[in-house]
Write a protein that binds this ligand. Sequence first.
Ligand code: FAD
Length: 309
Amino acid sequence: MTLWQHYYYPETVEEALERLRAHDGNARIIGGGTDLLLEMQQGRKPAVEALIDVTAIPSLHTLQLENDIVEIGAAVTHTEIVKAPFMAQHATCLVESCGVIGGPQVRNVATLGGNVAHALPAADGTTALVVLDAEVEVAGRFGRQWQPILSLFKGPGISAIDHSREMITRFRFGAAAPNTGSAFKRIMRPQGVSLPILACAVWVRVAPGQDHGSPDAAVIEEARICIGPVRPVPTRARQAERALAGHSLAGGLERAIAGAQSEFSPRTSKHRATAEYRVEMIAVLLQRALPLAVRRALTGIAEPEGIGL
Ligand SMILES: Cc1cc2nc3c(=O)[nH]c(=O)nc-3n(C[C@H](O)[C@H](O)[C@H](O)COP(=O)(O)OP(=O)(O)OC[C@H]3O[C@@H](n4cnc5c(N)ncnc54)[C@H](O)[C@@H]3O)c2cc1C
């Protein structure tokens, strides 16, 4: 069965939107195709008249740090994010998340735009973007609008983006400021190549002027935590964040773990893990990611861990 009849390579966002309009809901944007083509082949997404490949649009390949804002085009690949010199310092958790997605072949073609547009609560790039407080630029009939990343998700695999007339063009978030640090950790089946059992991204800002030998005593002023998949949509661990604000890890970590474990009810997945195991792993991931992010915030040194090249 033919899965599509036309394959377009527009060179501008306007041209891509015009193609979407022309096919009136019977076309689909494609980035690297690592999710979409499998879903179409397996019948989980219907055949369409046209695929509109956005990877030839130059503006979707922006990857820059300007005026303390990091901007990433939707067609930037995970490999490009991992290799960009300034990203390790300014988006450490995003580098760590993109660096473990699939294998090198997947990372070389799969895009950040596709990771977010697919709207899975386990998507690794998305998990990191949530704690970086990223905004997403969506282009459509009424122009372009920046939206908070968490407003883009309606359910597992269901994006708030209208796939028949809108597309993601860019992401942006603040560059790393003094006394801030981030980290990403996940638990994966040893033979697994697709999506984690559980992933966790954290971002912290510590009180300035602290000189502790260990991250345990440093006072955390603010924390952002995203754990997935624990709900149908990507979500912040608000109880854990509140448990940490104004406290050190020594004083707040156990309460943060208890807060996250009581706030979320992950589901059992026959391919990955039981709900009970996932709840246990919330503790393990927070114990790994939080001290690392605090240490980075205290020292200003951020060397991504565990990434594949
Ligand atoms: C072997 C394998 C391993 C994987 N491992 C992981 C993993 O460990 N972690 C993880 O998070 N993911 C994993 N994935 C999933 C996938 O690779 C990523 O989610 C990837 O980032 C998707 O990007 P893409 O460009 O390939 O998206 P595509 O497949 O091209 O598109 C995915 C969806 O997004 C839409 N879309 C794409 N670009 C845009 C845009 N600019 N605007 C609007 N809609 C758009 C498409 O219409 C489609 O619905 C894996 C996939 C494979 C095949």
